[in-house]
Design a protein around this ligand. Structure first.
Ligand code: NAP
Ligand code: GLV
Length: 316
C-alpha cells in the first residue's frame, strides 16, 4: 500500500511554543510532510507522527495510530517521564545541525569569556579601572566536558581546533581526536582532576540528577568555572553558591535552572559571578529540523530503523 501525503502529516502539539516559524519551514523544506498545528477539539486519531516539546497527556492518549514522537529538543526527559505515552511509541531525540551548531557556538563563546576572564574586564571598565590582566594560552587551559554525545563531542572538537586542552566524560569510552576520554562513575574523579572550565552537556536522568554538586566542585582546582548548558536538575544550586563563596569556583555560566523562568528574587539573578542565559544556549532550527524529520519519516516508511531513538531504560 503506497503512503500518501496525508499519512505523513506531522501533528505539532505545543504547550506555549509558537508554531509560527515551523509552518513555513516545513512548507519550504519538507512540503510532502504536512505540518498540522493541534487545536482543541481536533480529531487526532489518524495521525502517525507528532512533534512535542512538553507532554500534553490528554492529547497523546487520543493518538491511537501514533507511530513516532519527535522530541522538539535534544533532551527528552519530560517525554520519557510521561506515563500517558505508551512504551511502544519510539521517542526520537532532536539531532540536527542548527541545534548542534548553536550549542557549539555557545560553549566556545562562554569558554573564551571565562578563559579571558572578560567579566573581570567588564567590572574594571565599569569602575574606570585599567587592569594588567594575564591569561594563559588556550593550550594551557584544561576544559572538561561532562557528556560526550552529539553536542558534547561537537563542542569538544571545536575547542580542540581552537587550541584548548579537552577531556570528556561519558558512560562509554569515546574516540574523539585529541580528546582524552573518561568513562563511567569510577573514572569521574580522574576526569575532574585539573579541570579549570567544566562544561555540562549531559542528559537529565536518574543517574545525572544533582551530579554537579559540592563533591564535584571540591575536586576541581581553586578558581574553576562551571558552564551548565544541559538541565537545571543537574546542578545543586546551594552547593554552587557555596563554591562561589569559597572561591572554589570563580564564576559560573548557567543557561538552565530548576525552575524556568528563574523565579523573581532567586539569588542567581543578582550574583556578580553568575552569568545567565534564558535556556537558549541552543535552539532547534525549524528549517534544518524539517529536513531531519522528513529524512527520519522516509527511513521509517521504507522499513529502516529510526535514528536517535531515546532508550527508556537508560533515560536518554
Ligand atoms: P546525547 O547525544 O544523548 O549525549 C549524552 C552524553 O551523556 C553521552 O555521551 C552519554 O554517554 C553521556 N551520559 C549519559 N548518562 C551518563 C552517565 N550516567 N554518566 C556519564 N555519561 C553519561 O545528548 P545530546 O544530544 O548531546 O544532548 C545532551 C543534553 O543537552 C540534552 O539531553 C539536553 O538536556 C541538553 N540540551 C540543552 C540545550 C540548551 O539550550 N540548554 C539544547 C540542547 C540540548 P554515552 O555516549 O556513553 O551514551
Ligand atoms: C533544549 O533544551 C533541548 O533539549 O534541545
Amino acid at each position: 500500500m503506497s503512503v500518501t501525503r496525508k499519512d505523513r502529516r506531522l501533528l505539532f502539539i505545543g504547550a506555549g511554543e509558537r508554531a509560527d516559524d515551523w509552518v513555513p519551514a516545513f512548507a519550504a523544506q519538507a512540503p510532502d510532510v504536512p505540518f498540522i498545528v493541534y487545536e482543541d477539539g481536533m480529531d487526532v486519531g489518524a495521525f502517525r507522527y507528532a512533534i512535542i516539546w512538553r507532554p500534553n497527556p490528554p492529547v497523546v492518549t487520543q493518538l491511537s495510530n501514533l507511530e513516532v514522537i519527535f522530541g522538539m529538543g535534544a533532551g527528552v526527559e519530560r517525554l520519557l517521564g510521561d506515563p500517558s505515552i505508551p512504551d511502544r511509541i519510539p521517542i526520537v531525540r532532536m539531532v540536527e545541525p542548527g541545534l548542534t551548531g548553536g550549542m557549539v557556538e555557545y560553549v566556545l563563546w562562554q569558554t573564551i569569556y571565562h578563559h579571558r576572564r572578560i567579566w573581570e574586564l567588564e567590572e574594571a571598565q565599569r569602575e574606570a579601572r585599567w587592569v594588567n590582566q594575564y591569561y594563559p594560552a588556550p593550550w594551557e587551559r584544561q576544559i572538561g566536558i561532562l557528556g560526550l554525545g552529539q553536542l558534547g563531542s561537537a563542542a569538544a572538537r571545536l575547542l580542540v581546533e581552537y587550541g584548548f586542552k579537552v577531556k570528556g566524560w561519558s558512560r562509554s569510552r569515546k574516540s574523539v581526536d585529541e580528546v582524552k576520554s573518561f568513562a563511567g562513575a569510577e573514572e569521574l574523579p580522574q576526569f575532574l582532576e585539573g579541570v579549570e572550565i567544566l562544561v555540562c552537556l549531559l542528559p537529565l536522568t536518574a543517574d545525572t540528577q544533582g551530579i554537579i554538586n559540592a563533591g564535584v566542585f571540591n575536586q576541581l582546582p581553586m578558581g574553576s568555572i562551571l558552564i551548565n548548558a544541559a538541565r537545571g536538575g543537574h546542578l545543586n544550586e546551594a552547593d554552587l553558591l557555596q563554591a562561589l563563596g569559597s572561591g572554589r569556583l570563580a564564576a559560573a555560566t548557567l543557561d538552565v535552572f530548576h525552575v524556568e523562568p528563574l523565579p523573581e528574587g532567586h539569588p542567581f539573578w543578582l550574583h556578580p559571578r553568575i552569568f545567565m542565559t534564558p535556556h537558549n544556549a541552543s535552539l532547534t532550527h525549524p528549517a534544518t529540523a524539517a529536513i531531519e524529520i522528513k529524512r527520519q519519516i522516509e527511513r521509517h516508511e521504507s522499513g529502516l530503523p529510526l535514528e536517535h531513538v531515546a532508550d527508556r531504560n537508560r533515560g536518554y
